[in-house]
Design a binder for this molecule. Sequence first.
Ligand SMILES: NC(=O)c1ccc[n+]([C@@H]2O[C@H](COP(=O)([O-])OP(=O)(O)OC[C@H]3O[C@@H](n4cnc5c(N)ncnc54)[C@H](O)[C@@H]3O)[C@@H](O)[C@H]2O)c1
Length: 256
Amino acid sequence: MPFSNKTIIITGGAKGIGEGCARVFHRENGNIAILDVDEDAGKLLAGELGERARFYKCDISNEKQVKKTIGQVVVDFGAVDVLVNNAGILIYASVTQTSEEQWDRTLDVNVKGAFFCAKYAIPEMQKRGKGVVVNMSSVQAFVTQQNVAAYATSKSALIGLTRSIAVEYAPEIRSVAICPGGVDTPLNREAFSQSPDPDLVRQETIDLHLVERMAEQEEIGELAAFVASDKGSFITGQPIRIDGGIGIRVAGSKKS
Ligand SMILES: NC(=O)c1ccc[n+]([C@@H]2O[C@H](COP(=O)([O-])OP(=O)(O)OC[C@H]3O[C@@H](n4cnc5c(N)ncnc54)[C@H](O)[C@@H]3O)[C@@H](O)[C@H]2O)c1
């Protein structure tokens, strides 16, 4: 099994894509450290996974909490082999509507949080002589829409962080950015529910994808596990899109 005796830290691992990652890496025999601010969901998932899974309450935008938590993961599991920087938030606002507070919170969680986790996980990987940092970016780093200014900026920044980690710590440590299209998660379901017609917005989101559906959480987890495994060992410094073909159709073109 690819992750036997390996420890995988998954931020935002309590729900959504992070949960999908936790389930896949656990199935592949890894030790799972779920870092999240949602204590109820995190404990529930760790309890369900059982052996080899633990929940750690940690706000990744707080450097002291990240340092302490990663230290505790090493005490509990003995090492850090893979970091999945997945936790992220999305605030809907245009450039002129975004408050400084909204901008800072988005960048603090989505970018600074990933930086803090990498800062404290990489030295642990170096002790093992090997490691992988997977950053959950988004297709929004390449194609975007109105009213997600801070989010799209943060997801683009993660690709820069991915390159920096890959260049600075090669060949022992690799870093890969995963860029999903629409995934059926609490984040999206919450966004749809705020619209006057949630079913319509959901269908419009589905219609953006050539494959005519959104991704399941574990599909993203499967890609994360592949790039983090030895099978993905020739991949580093790159963003990989897993997006159902979103954004490649010429506007106005129709199926023949
Ligand atoms: N859902 C999508 O369509 C989609 C598409 C592309 C990229 N992504 C990215 O994937 C990641 C996960 O998205 P999701 O849809 O599963 O979101 P989600 O809201 O369903 O889950 C995110 C998890 O992160 C946790 N979290 C939030 N802030 C945190 C913090 N400061 N510290 C620790 N944990 C925190 C939440 O409690 C939650 O459990 C995000 O980075 C998101 O930008 C999502």
